[in-house]
Design a protein around this ligand. Structure first.
Ligand code: ACO
Ligand code: ZN
Length: 281
């Protein structure tokens, strides 16, 4: 991913320590000026406070009593948990998370107000606590029907299906709200790849089941995926024809099977029965 770096501001922090990982950063992040003379920062993996020296972190760990993100645990399945953090109620945590996330997000600005967002933190839990593997943020009220603002899987946990899990989770929340949703634009290359993969799999499964006899509107109602995203996905799969001024799904079984074989599988699934959540009011 080195090639991304030349497009961004000069990187300040080169590495971070987080839990049992030392992680190389990808991009610039606007840490407060007093942190800019250090090339490595030490994060408490639970409250996400960051420090310039290892000894400070060690001292912090002796007195920090958090063992999981703040906020409510809204999902647990096996060793995976999701926590919902309100940026207004846990402002420092949310700001720390944004500083951390910006190290891996290129085109997102950080100068938004964390008060307006909810943060969904995915953790792998063991006897030492719940360790963050990734997260997504979501506006409490979105005019543009965005159901996700920023998404990140921390590098040591990437390519295991957690990105897809987070995306699937964001659509499950939209279904509970009875709304369609779409991710905030622009998407990064990896973001687009992950969304394309998710949309493709979800839509192909339904088309296969219904033998293609279904409309874009019905697909949207079933999945909470915005109609435009369904259209672009099906167009890229060449499953759409334009007839008499209308887009029609043409799901030739052979084409469907070819795409289904190519679609990536595996990774954790969202078990909706284990989601305990009511929409933000
Ligand atoms: N190279 C090629 N393909 C990749 C790579 C890679 N480095 N990483 C993931 N993929 C593919 C996977 O093969 C998979 O494809 P498939 O659906 O065909 O199987 C798909 O992307 C998703 O893979 P996951 O393992 O589910 O996703 P992951 O946990 O790696 O997270 C994410 C994806 C969140 C985009 C991660 O790469 C990341 O955090 N990147 C940095 C931050 C970022 O760019 N976020 C998106 C910004 S846009 C927005 O926030 C709205
Ligand atoms: Zn701490």
């Amino acid at each position: 991913l080195r090639e991304h770096e030349e497009f961004t501001k000069v990187k300040n922090i080169a590495t971070i320590e987080l839990g049992r990982y030392e992680i190389e950063t990808w991009y610039f992040s606007p840490f407060p000026p007093e942190y800019n003379d250090s090339s490595k920062l030490y994060f408490c993996e639970f409250c996400l406070n960051f420090m310039k020296r290892k000894e400070q972190l060690q001292r912090h760990m002796r007195k920090c009593d958090l063992k999981h993100p703040p906020g409510d645990e809204i999902y647990r399945s096996g060793t995976l948990s999701m926590f919902e953090v309100d940026g207004k109620k846990n402002k420092v945590y949310a700001q720390n998370l944004c500083y951390l996330a910006k190290l891996f997000l290129d085109h997102k600005t950080l100068y938004y107000d964390v008060d307006l967002f909810l943060f969904y933190i995915l953790c792998e839990c063991d006897d030492r606590g719940c360790h963050m593997v990734g997260y997504f943020s979501k506006e409490k009220h979105s005019e543009e029907s965005y159901n996700l603002a920023c998404i990140l899987t921390l590098p040591p946990y990437q390519r295991k299906g957690y990105g897809k899990f987070l995306i699937a989770f964001s659509y499950e929340l939209s279904k509970k709200e009875g709304k369609v949703g779409t991710p905030e634009r622009p998407l990064s290359d990896l973001g687009l790849l992950s969304y394309r993969g998710y949309w493709t799999r979800v839509l192909l499964d339904i088309l296969k089941k219904h033998k293609g006899n279904i409309s874009i509107k019905e697909l949207s109602d079933m999945t909470a995926i915005k109609a435009e995203d369904i259209l672009t996905t099906l167009q890229s799969l060449e499953l759409i024809q334009y007839r008499k001024g209308q887009h029609v799904i043409c799901a030739d079984p052979k084409v469907l099977d070819r795409h289904l074989k190519a679609a990536g599988r595996g990774g954790p699934e969202v078990d909706v029965g284990k989601l305990i959540w009511t929409p933000y009011k």
